[in-house]
Structures are given as structure tokens and as C-alpha cells.
Design a protein around this ligand. Structure first.
Ligand code: ZN
Length: 332
């Protein structure tokens, strides 16, 4: 069982988690309707970890919580709910931004990618995945969604690398970079106070999304993610995990075990669905047995392909291309 020792902060206010450490929540316009952010204050410095989705409501709440001062911004990974206000806050407060280079580069690239280039990659990906034509058209019509939901991060930043120690508001944190959910997701570990600022690498209530996207259809992020879980399980059991979505919790190893079991179960189900030749689209619809629209289907496809690629690379599935250009997978 997970221990969750803190109460949810009221909207626009913070919950104190310890000396110089604060937690607050911003709304998100998705099915996952909130993100949790952490503020550190000490030795004359104020540091924010992650920034929320770029919209008026979030920016108003950020101004309310931050007041007149923000010295540094750290972003765990490039997803829009985490990097969304980095550009806005850096401009407003003159704060510096620190991120893993790959995450910063992904955010910059996507924020400035023209609609046309975005659509071309998505069309090729949807063809490989066997997405039904009308749904594919609706997905393409959305255009570069990323660019519309972030304020582009500044063109100058500080790089976070695996293993380095950063002092945040006077406290030393070790940076850990992990793959799976994002290419080089940053976590911040404070050994003496047993704190882990974890972003989306591990979450208390939902399994972090592990998906294969249009930028790399042959990718195998699930292998990276499972390896990262091993690394997390090596941290002390009494660490307080500060997640990107959900309440701070203790019980890291139990959570690692539950998420690992979830992926094993999903891999078994994926194999089952490939008794006969199946496209990624067909597997996604069967794995996520609920209504999917042009937005939510993207997550289902990405997650289905992550499990299919994992099994394919390990020789448990064979893959062939059909006359329509779509991949079909079958159990060996
Ligand atoms: Zn997130």
C-alpha cells in the first residue's frame, strides 16, 4: 500500500511538504485534469519544477503562487503539460531554464515545427499503423497541437545531465535521466531528506504513458521504461516521491512492482490479440476497449505500438507490410 501523508492544496495555494519545499496543483484541459508542481525556496533563491499547460487559467494561478519572484525553472521533460509555461515564465521573471538537452531540443523542435511537416510525419505513421481513413483525416486536421499548447522554451538554457548534482534553493539534488515516458526524463533525488521529484517517470495512481510516436515508428521505449523501473527500485524505500500527477507518496517499490505487472499483463494481452495477423490500429482498439476520439486514439495507438515493437524486437512477433503499406503483426 502507498502512504500519502499530505492533503491536496486548495486551488491557487500551496501545501508545505517540508522546510523550503512546497506543492501546488494546476488544472489541465485533458482527461488527466491536473498537474502537480513543486516550489523550492532557500538561500535567497526560488526554484520551480515543471510549469503547467500554457493557458490563461494556469498563468493566472502561477502568478498568484509565485508572486513577484522566480529565479530558476527546471523542466523534467518536453511534454506540453510540463514545459508549457517555460517560455512565458522565463520572459516574465527573467528566470533561467534548466532541462536535459534532448528534452529541451524536442520542445524547441516541436514548438517551431510547421503544420505541414507535422502532418507529413503523422500521415506516414497513420499509414503504417493502419488507421481508418476518416479518423486519420480528423487527426491530420488537428495540425501541430504541440505548438498551440506551449509557449516555446527560450533558445538559451542550462543542461541537466545524468549523475550531476544541482543545488536547488541550497539543497543538493542528484539528477537522474530516464527513458521510456520521454527520451531523457529528469528526476531529482535528495538523499539526506529522502526526496525524489519524479515528474511522470512514476505516478501513484496511473501507469505513465509509454508510447511510440510518429517521430520514431520503430522505437522501443518500453525496454527503456522497464530498465528505468529497475533503477527506481534501487532507491531507499522511505523516499517521499513527488509525482507530476497525483499526491506525494511513499512506497516506491510497491508502485514499481504494480506498474511492471501492468506492462507484463498488457504484453500478454497483446500477444493474445496477435494470434492472427493484426494491424496496430486493430490491436489498439481491442486493448483500449472504450470510445476513442481523434485525440485519445493517439495515446492508444502509441501505447499499443510500444508493446508490439517490444515483442517484435524480442522475436515473439513477426511483422509484415500489407499492400496498403500497413504493418501487420502475428505471434511467431
Ligand atoms: Zn505529465
Amino acid at each position: 500500500m502507498l502512504e500519502m501523508p499530505f492533503h491536496l492544496p486548495p486551488a491557487g495555494a500551496c501545501t508545505r511538504l517540508g522546510d523550503g519545499l512546497w506543492w501546488f496543483r494546476l488544472p489541465l484541459p485533458y482527461v488527466l485534469d491536473h498537474i502537480d508542481l513543486y516550489l523550492l525556496e532557500g538561500e535567497g533563491e526560488r526554484v520551480l519544477v515543471d510549469t503547467g499547460h500554457a493557458d490563461d487559467v494556469s498563468q493566472r494561478l502561477l502568478a498568484q503562487v509565485l508572486g513577484e519572484r522566480l529565479d530558476r525553472i527546471l523542466v523534467t521533460h518536453f511534454h506540453p503539460d510540463h514545459v508549457g509555461n517555460a517560455g512565458h515564465l522565463a520572459a516574465r521573471y527573467g528566470s533561467t531554464l534548466a532541462m536535459p538537452r534532448l528534452e529541451w531540443a524536442m520542445a524547441r523542435m516541436l514548438a517551431f515545427e510547421p503544420d505541414e511537416a507535422w502532418r507529413a510525419a503523422l500521415a506516414a505513421y497513420d499509414r503504417l499503423l493502419g488507421v481508418e481513413a476518416e479518423l486519420g483525416r480528423r487527426r491530420l486536421a488537428l495540425g501541430n497541437v504541440f505548438a498551440r499548447t506551449v509557449t516555446p522554451p527560450p533558445g538559451s538554457f542550462q543542461e541537466l545531465r545524468d549523475g550531476m548534482v544541482v543545488r536547488l534553493a541550497g539543497l543538493p539534488f542528484r539528477v537522474m535521466l530516464m527513458g521510456g515516458h520521454a527520451p531523457a526524463h529528469a528526476l531529482f533525488y535528495q538523499r539526506e531528506r529522502r526526496l525524489l521529484i519524479a515528474g511522470d517517470q512514476i505516478l501513484p495512481e496511473i501507469s505513465p504513458l509509454v508510447g511510440v510516436w510518429a517521430d520514431e515508428p520503430e522505437g522501443d521505449p518500453l525496454a527503456d521504461y522497464l530498465a528505468a523501473l529497475e533503477r527506481l527500485a534501487g532507491l531507499p524505500e522511505d523516499v517521499l516521491v513527488l509525482p507530476g500527477h497525483g499526491r506525494p507518496f511513499r512506497g516506491l517499490r510497491a508502485r514499481v512492482a504494480a506498474i511492471r505487472a501492468h506492462h507484463q499483463e498488457r504484453l500478454a494481452r497483446t500477444l493474445e490479440l496477435c494470434r492472427d495477423w493484426a494491424s496496430v490500429f486493430e490491436v489498439a482498439l481491442a486493448l483500449f476497449d472504450r470510445p476513442l476520439d481523434e485525440t485519445t486514439v493517439g495515446f492508444a495507438l502509441a501505447e499499443a505500438l510500444a508493446h508490439l515493437n517490444y515483442l517484435h524486437r524480442r522475436g515473439e512477433l513477426v511483422r509484415e507490410s500489407g499492400a496498403d503499406g500497413a504493418w501487420h503483426f502475428r505471434r511467431r
